[in-house]
Design a protein around this ligand. Structure first.
Ligand code: C2O
Length: 348
């Protein structure tokens, strides 16, 4: 049977895993959301508004200003408002650091962990869906699309420069200072690479081809192993989750911090505004992969499709969502800006 959405009133503090063994949650970290007396069922958005998520490095000055303003307002919401930025960050911590158990599925002793399995893509898609709508509602712009960090194209391979402006709400002091303007290493394994920028770009493009095409020839390879009620997500993450997803987290995380905060650890990753743009691009890879045709299709196992989660929406309602409802971004009212995909055209 499928993993059932957690009962958030049973949320606890049970710090567990990080992106890397040894990177742990500080004891007592509380990432539980405010409780809610009712849960609503998800409704697809009305189709009169559509959001196009833009490439982060191509934003116009006015789009950057609107993005900063939305984040600023999100950070200024009362601390116990589920739309508040830190509350949004806590969602990641709660679903990834053992705050929830599978009690709703009848397994109160088994934690919920949405990484390293087929839940990785759908969970993060739903997470961003609500996050994006909250941002749009805070600036009264229902067309606001969450920018994607386009690290798979040469011009997008650095942290978009406006994230480094310390006076803006997008800023986060806990990032690797050596990498603020450097070319990202999509295969980062904890050791700074010695290669030239040009070589890094070439390596990154081959990693993209390898992880999205060569190593993801069927749904299990792309999405990751099965994860059903009662099981621990031990089957392993999908190709893109393993790389470049996790290397980018670790590459941005701050080595001066004990646990690679912010991006380098599950509990703190959502505290960096860059997290959501990183995941916007990860989510875009799901859409791109499906355009390859053939076996590049969503998993059809009912336990996958019927997995549920809960999130707060832009009206502070707690909403129950199912994996089966997030498979087509058009139905969710968004798509990605069409940009060149240099690694897809030719095998490196
Ligand atoms: Cu939930 Cu990028 O991890």
């Amino acid at each position: 049977s499928p993993v059932v959405a957690p009962d958030i009133s049973k949320c606890g503090t049970n710090p567990l895993t990080g992106f890397k063994a040894g990177a742990d949650t500080p004891e007592g970290t509380d990432c539980c959301p405010p409780d809610s007396t009712q849960i609503m069922d998800f409704q697809f958005p009305k189709d009169d508004v559509f959001r196009v998520r833009p490439a982060a490095h191509l934003l116009s000055p006015s789009y950057i200003a609107k993005f900063k303003l939305a984040i600023k307002r999100m950070k200024e919401l009362p601390a116990d408002d589920p739309r508040n930025f830190l509350q949004q960050a806590h969602i990641h911590c709660a679903y990834c650091n053992g705050a929830y158990t599978q009690s709703s599925s009848g397994f109160p002793d088994v934690e919920i962990q949405i990484h390293n399995s087929w839940l990785f893509f759908p969970f993060h898609r739903w997470y961003l869906y609500f996050y994006e709508r909250i941002l749009g509602s805070l600036i009264d712009d229902p067309t606001f699309g969450l920018p994607f960090w386009n690290w798979d194209t040469p011009a997008g391979m650095t942290i978009p420069n406006y994230f480094n402006d310390s006076s803006s709400a997008l800023f986060d002091s806990k990032r690797n200072q050596a990498n603020l303007t450097a070319v990202v290493d999509l295969g980062y394994n904890g050791k700074p690479s010695e290669t030239s920028d040009l070589e890094k770009v070439t390596n990154n493009l081959s990693i993209m081809y390898r992880q999205v095409v060569t190593n993801a020839t069927d749904p299990t390879l792309f999405f990751g192993g099965e994860y059903r009620a009662g099981s621990e997500p031990i089957r392993g993450g999908g190709s893109v989750e393993q790389s470049p997803h996790t290397p980018v987290h670790r590459w941005v995380g701050d080595p001066r911090e004990l646990n690679g905060e912010d991006l380098g650890n599950f509990y703190s990753a959502g505290r960096d505004t860059l997290f959501y743009c990183h995941h916007s691009n990860v989510d875009r890879m799901w859409s791109l992969w499906k355009t390859l045709g053939g076996k590049h299709q969503d998993i059809t196992d009912p336990d996958f499709l019927n997995t549920s989660f809960v999130f707060y929406d832009e009206k502070k309602n707690l909403v129950r969502v199912y994996v089966k409802d997030c498979l087509r971004t058009n139905q969710l009212g968004y798509d990605y800006q069409r940009v060149d995909v240099p690694w897809l055209k030719s095998r490196p």
